[in-house]
Design a protein around this ligand. Structure first.
Ligand code: NAD
Length: 364
């Protein structure tokens, strides 16, 4: 089947790793017509925005995008490209699989069983951007409101961030997590929050996840508090399968889990909604190594694995994942960040690592 997919090479190391993905996908023989759309700092001067409408139009048409990292100009009044994509396309779920591949550098003594999928709610919580400055010397109706309604006296030098969590938003993300678990043969979903303290926001998330879990009797459901979960993930990461969390905890736990499996270079991701999906590595544009043929392409390649599964090219997805895993395990053709101290073989560049993966695909 022929697919048309938007490809945003992005900034910094983005074009280098995007080229590796294109070469691998072409070796897999999947019929993909890449609709290449530049975005980020590279188009700013010419188009006066890091996210031109043509990029959104392309994703709206194709439904699926693979994206390199993009830089949002700091302090120039532009909203983050990633936030805009999320809002415009209603990408309410952030998906972060964290699976250990032998050969990656982990500090965990036995990381071999780590195979987590983190589902983070992407639109609510403390990321909603509802914030109030401290306000000494002026009238502050919010502090009066809090005193009268919550019986809490806050001093005027207090900054306030609001944490909205809705039943509909929580049910939507929990349903996404269970549907994902069912589609990909996962056995257990763990709902994570701090419902014992934030009873009216996290408590609501907890209840919504429990309610949704009743519709999926084939999948085990359990609840954990986020502080306990941090310890569990460091001590027994192999016990967990799909995790579903509100936005802030999801952000933090995703990075913790990426650390367990070897860090930024090997962590794939996706932002998904009911209609659209944007797949991307979790790392940024790595300006310190851009254009030097040093970037590890694995994060973006594993994001392409997710993308291939999503477009029902499961065989190609497995083939690509196996080829990446083989090259990482053998360790002879990997970038510097994947090298252990005891490995005296010199690292290879992004291009050469990509060629080694292509060779594995062709040989498989
Ligand atoms: P970064 O992820 O770009 O870099 C952090 C460190 O990790 C650097 O030392 C870098 O060299 C290294 N690194 C990152 N990716 C690597 C790879 N594939 N292989 C080897 N090493 C790698 O984070 P940052 O420096 O905070 O951000 C740089 C820029 O990227 C910023 O403009 C930021 O806004 C943007 N950013 C974009 C996204 C995105 O588009 N999804 C995500 C994060 C950051």
């Amino acid at each position: 089947m022929r697919h048309t997919i938007t490809l945003i090479p992005g900034d910094g190391v983005g074009p280098e790793i995007a080229q590796v993905v294109k070469n691998c996908v072409s070796a897999l023989g999947v019929d993909i017509d890449w609709d290449i759309q530049q975005a980020g700092a590279s188009v700013m001067e010419k188009e006066k925005t890091p996210l031109p409408d043509r990029v959104l139009d392309s994703i709206a048409k194709n439904k699926v995008a693979l994206k390199g990292p993009v830089e949002t100009p700091v302090g120039k009044g532009f909203r983050s490209v990633n936030v805009q994509l999320r809002k415009n396309l209603d990408l309410f779920a952030n998906l972060r699989p964290c699976k250990y591949y032998e050969g990656a550098r982990s500090r965990i003594t036995d990381p071999s069983g780590i195979d987590l999928v983190i589902v983070r709610e992407n639109t609510e919580d403390l990321y909603a951007g509802i914030e109030f400055m401290e306000s000494c010397g002026g009238d502050n109706p919010l502090l009066t409101f809090i005193r009268e309604k919550a019986g809490v006296e806050l001093t005027c030098d207090t900054g306030i961030s609001i944490k909205p969590i809705s039943i509909s938003g929580s049910e939507r993300i929990a349903t996404f997590a269970f549907e994902y678990a069912r589609k990909y043969g996962r056995k257990k979903v763990t709902g994570i929050d701090k419902a014992n303290i934030m009873k009216l926001s996290d408590g609501l998330f907890m209840k919504a996840a429990e309610d949704v879990s009743k519709k999926y009797p084939d999948i085990i459901y359990e609840h954990k508090l986020v502080d306990n979960m941090c310890m569990q993930l460091v001590q027994f990461p192999e016990k967990y399968d799909v995790l579903v969390l509100p936005n802030l905890y999801g952000d933090i736990i995703s990075d913790l889990a990426a650390g367990l499996i070897g860090g930024l270079g090997v962590a794939p991701g996706a932002n998904m909604g009911n209609e659209y999906a944007v797949f991307e590595a979790t790392h940024g544009s790595a300006p310190d190594i851009a254009g030097q043929d040093k970037a590890n392409p694995v994060g973006m390649l594993l994001s392409a694995v997710l993308m291939l599964s999503h477009i029902n090219e499961a065989d190609a997805a497995h083939q690509l994942e196996r080829a990446v895993a083989d090259v990482v395990r053998e360790g002879a053709s990997v970038t510097g960040d994947l090298k252990s101290k005891n490995d005296l073989r010199p690292p290879v560049g992004t291009r050469e690592m990509g060629e080694a993966i292509v060779k594995k695909i062709i040989a498989s």
